[in-house]
Every structure is written in structure tokens, then in C-alpha cells.
Design a protein around this ligand. Structure first.
Ligand code: ATP
Ligand code: PRP
Length: 219
């Protein structure tokens, strides 16, 4: 790692656009060039920063291992991964919630009475397992990498645990929310050693992001 540069891991795909908007509001408009290239590592010397474009669920891994000083990632990923990183700031966007959902007509009390064998499809097995364990409900958790809303329709699972924003994917797949597990927004995370050893370098960046989030002009 180039010690002079601050390395930030940013999530590709859906989160990239709003992340680049936030960085622009924080005074790093040149980061928009990241969206125009297929290069996955980019140095912006004028910002004194290096960027890693990572799969969203990989962002905390780069940060935990010190390949990146900082990262931007959804709370959903942090809740599932439980990486050893510092969570510094709630960035407010990528707002969605973890829900337990089932076919329309499902009796929600069936969730809570613990009777019967429940099969739960999810991309977030640890979040799902913890949800049911805390309620003393036995559930078989079935991992899927995506399109989780399919599972109840084809008999793979009784319920799903997934993130929902507008609720459109649930509705269009005949599912209704039975319970909300937690809210999720994008977070700024830091490598623990970087945060301690590079605090003076990191602090102005945190401040710029904080002001960008609160709407104050970046200096
Ligand atoms: N519908 C949504 N509304 C708001 N935020 C969302 C929504 N879906 C996902 N997110 C947020 O964006 C992040 C990336 O989601 P997305 O599903 O686009 O990535 P992905 O390609 O599935 O990620 P990965 O490949 O790492 O699993 C999620 O971790 C979550 O924080
Ligand atoms: O409430 P909504 O606004 O409909 O958004 C929720 C959907 O968005 C995400 O899926 P994504 O599009 O990332 O696809 P995936 O299921 O393959 O991860 C999430 O897993 C839901 O399926």
C-alpha cells in the first residue's frame, strides 16, 4: 500500500452511483471517473486517495485486512459479516430494511409459536439464524446468492429473510412482510490500525463526509 495515499474501498453496482454523488459532495468530484473505467483500482493524486472498486459484500474484507484504510458499505453487509472493523459514520443512503417475509396469507403468529419446521431462504444466513435463535424458533436456513423472493413460490422455503426498499420485489412475488429485523443504511468503516495510526489523515475525510451527509458545504 502506498502509505501517502488514503485507500477507500467503494462498492460496485447499485451502490456506486450514490457513493460517487456523496464523494462529489465531499469535494472529491474527480471520483466520478471511477464509473467510466473498467479499472478496479484508481489513484486520484489530487485527492491524495486510492480507490478500490469491490463487490459490496467484499468491502469489509479489504478494510479488515488493511488493504484499504476505509470503506463504504451497507449495514446489512456488516450485520452479516461481523468483520473486525470500526464503524465510523452513518451515511444515510442505501436505506432499506431487513424483513422476514412470507406468502400473502401467512399467519404471522406461526412465526412466533415455534411449532412446525420452518425453512427460510436468505442471502444473509447469520442474520436469519440470529433472528430465529433469539425467538427460540427452530429454522432451517437455506443460503441463496440472490433472487431470494423466488424460494417460497417454488417450494424451496416457507419464508425469506431479505432486504426490502420499496417493497416492490416482495409484492410482485406474492410476499408480505411478517416482521422487520433491522434498518440498514450505508456506513463508513475503518481498518482498526489505520484509524489509530493514520488518524490525522483520516479525520478531514470523515469531516468532509459528515458535512456532505448533513448538507453542509464541503471545504
Ligand atoms: N433495494 C435496495 N434498496 C436500497 N439499498 C439496497 C437495495 N438492495 C441492496 N441495497 C444495498 O446495496 C448493497 C448492494 O446491493 P446489491 O444487491 O446491488 O449488490 P450485490 O451485487 O448483490 O452485492 P454482492 O455481489 O456483494 O452480494 C446492499 O448490501 C445494500 O446495502
Ligand atoms: O424493495 P425493493 O425496492 O423491490 O428492493 C428489494 C430487492 O433489491 C435487492 O435485490 P437486487 O435487485 O439487488 O437483486 P438480488 O436479489 O439478486 O440481490 C433485494 O435483495 C430485494 O430483492
Amino acid at each position: 500500500m502506498n502509505a501517502a495515499l488514503l485507500t477507500l474501498a467503494v462498492p460496485k453496482g447499485r451502490p456506486l452511483g450514490p457513493t460517487l454523488d456523496l464523494l462529489a459532495r465531499a469535494g472529491i468530484g474527480s471520483a466520478r471517473s471511477l464509473a467510466e473505467s473498467r479499472s478496479l483500482v484508481a489513484v486520484l493524486p489530487e485527492a491524495g486517495m486510492r480507490f478500490i472498486l469491490a463487490r459490496p459484500s467484499d468491502v469489509p474484507t479489504y478494510v479488515e485486512h488493511g488493504a484499504a484504510d476505509l470503506g463504504i458499505v451497507g449495514k446489512d453487509v456488516l450485520a452479516e459479516g461481523r468483520h473486525q472493523v470500526y464503524e465510523l459514520l452513518d451515511l444515510g443512503y442505501l436505506r432499506c430494511r431487513f424483513v422476514v417475509a412470507g406468502p400473502a396469507g401467512t399467519d404471522p403468529t406461526r412465526l412466533l409459536d415455534g411449532a412446525g419446521h420452518l425453512r427460510v431462504a436468505t442471502k444473509y444466513p447469520r442474520v436469519a439464524e440470529e433472528y430465529f435463535r433469539r425467538r427460540g424458533i427452530q429454522a432451517e436456513v437455506i443460503y441463496l446468492a440472490g433472487s431470494v423472493e423466488v424460494a417460497p413460490q417454488v417450494g424451496l422455503a416457507d419464508l425469506i429473510v431479505d432486504i426490502s426498499e420499496t417493497g416492490r420485489t416482495l409484492a410482485e412475488n406474492g410476499l408480505v412482510v411478517l416482521d422487520t429485523v433491522m434498518e440498514s443504511t450505508a456506513r463508513l468503516i475503518a481498518n482498526r490500525a489505520s484509524y489509530r495510526l493514520r488518524g490525522e489523515r483520516i479525520a478531514p475525510f470523515i469531516q468532509a463526509l459528515r458535512e456532505a451527509v448533513s448538507g453542509a458545504p464541503a471545504v
